[in-house]
Ligand binder design. Structure first.
Ligand code: ASP
Length: 436
């Protein structure tokens, strides 16, 4: 990109690595300081200042991304849908996309369950450590349990149709925006060309304007990723991994299996795309997903990567990618499978095959209506745990125990979520022939 010889994803990776190191150093120095005033107090003040400054820079960047997410989906999808001459094609693409998304999500949870059954991460935590950790995070767990509500499939589906389009846009409800854009796009194919042409040209022009903004935002991504990592790691540290290392490794291992074995295999078979093409193309989106823990915030960059770097046609990716950012959460689903079994193992609860199948169904359905924002996977986990009849006490303690490592795992599962969206876009793009 630009005049610089270094590809964007390398720059982002360097930002990420540097942010990790600086964040860790700040965390370690901060932890070694006593509470006393004097010189140590001054150092503490500076550390807090640097962490807050980085938090500010990171949040500013995420705001910029969120600010372009709604217009980019609206404009590009209207243009995409208006170029689809026959409606049956839209129905086919839609059906294919949703089926692949749900199937890969179910596959991901099954992988998580399989690994957790094999490794039994719950056995690696002693009862004393378990009780102490349950106490530490209990306040947060209780707040979370109050906010979690089981999704009702009918309401979720009803919610796709906005009552008020302006409200859908204002609240950034992605599925409603997709619906609105498709309705306008299809409407445009049905009116006379002299009326539709200027409208399509307007939205097309606006799409280009927004893409300019995306590119400008991407240019600062390496610095922003640095700032995001400094803040997260400095405030959290990596020592939280301690007792939960086996559990964390099972989650990360499962995510790696999905991202580096399952997806490349599907891509090769159904899209003829090799890992050598796929991963460099989508690396900026993956790295941003990792740093932001939000597939919604990453959406503009995911779109740019899939369309411009991977070469999927606009009418396909402007539909498949925003849909994926909302309904496709393979990484989150896998994590929920592992977490549910881990908590069950901690408390000696046996989850039989029927209950594990219930987990697969609940987690797949729960992922449909949930926006990709940081931490939402943990809230959805409560619904999954409820579905297998865990008592509120066990749920509260279980959530409290895994709370400490949640942000780190969120970073990893969001990366898998975004990778899955890109994979499906490439597969749908390859199976749909070029427009005539
Ligand atoms: N943060 C994830 C995402 O945005 C969702 C989750 O919490 O698992 O995709």
């Amino acid at each position: 990109m630009g005049r610089s010889p270094l590809a964007l994803h390398w720059k982002i990776l360097i930002g990420l690595g540097a942010g990790l190191v600086v964040g860790l150093v700040l965390n370690l120095v901060g932890a070694s300081l006593s509470e006393a005033a004097g010189p140590e107090g001054v150092v503490r003040w500076w550390i807090d200042f640097v962490v807050s400054l980085n938090g500010f820079v990171g949040d500013l960047f995420l705001r910029a991304l969120r600010f372009i997410a709604v217009p980019i989906v609206l404009f590009s999808l209207i243009v995409g849908a208006s170029s689809l001459s026959d409606l049956s094609k839209l129905g086919r693409i839609g059906g294919e996309t949703v089926v692949i998304y749900l199937a890969t999500t179910a596959l991901a949870i099954s992988t998580g369950l399989l690994l957790a059954n094999l490794v039994q991460p719950g056995r690696f935590v002693s009862e004393a450590v378990r009780n102490q950790m349950a106490l530490q995070g209990s306040a947060e767990a209780l707040v979370m349990m109050e906010t979690a509500a089981a999704p009702d499939l009918w309401t979720t589906m009803l919610e796709i149709v906005p009552r008020n389009p302006a409200r859908a846009l204002a609240e950034g409800k992605m599925l409603q925006i997709v619906f609105l854009a498709l309705a306008i796009g299809i409407g445009l194919t049905r009116i006379s060309p002299e009326k539709s042409r200027p409208i399509i040209a307007f939205f097309d022009g606006m799409t280009d304007v927004i893409l300019q903004i995306v590119q400008a935002v991407m240019r600062v991504a390496p610095y922003a990723v640095f700032a995001l990592l400094v803040e997260v790691i400095a405030t959290m540290g990596l020592d939280v991994l301690g007792a939960l290392i086996v559990y964390s490794l099972v989650v990360v291992g499962g995510l790696a299996v999905m991202s580096f074995l399952v997806y490349p295999a599907i891509l090769r078979v159904f899209a003829g795309v090799t890992p050598g093409t796929f991963f460099p193309a989508i690396a900026p989106a993956q790295l941003l997903a990792f740093s932001s823990s939000s597939s919604s915030a990453t959406l503009p960059v995911t779109l740019e990567c899939v369309e411009k770097r991977l070469g999927v046609r606009e009418e396909i990716c402007s539909f498949v990618v925003p849909l994926g950012a909302t309904i496709n959460m393979d990484g989150t689903a896998l994590y929920q499978g592992v977490a549910a079994l881990f908590i069950a193992q901690l408390y000696g609860i046996e989850l039989h095959l029927e209950q594990q199948i219930t987990i697969i169904l609940t987690a797949t359905l729960a992922s449909i209506g949930t926006a990709g924002v940081p931490g939402v996977g943990l809230v959805m986990l409560i619904i999954v745990l409820q579905s297998v009849g865990m008592s509120p006490e066990v749920m509260a303690s279980g959530i409290a125990i895994i709370f400490g490592v949640d942000r780190l795992l969120d970073m990893c599962r969001t990366t898998c979520n975004v990778t899955g969206d890109c994979m499906v876009a490439a597969v749908v793009g390859a199976t749909e022939a070029d427009p005539d």
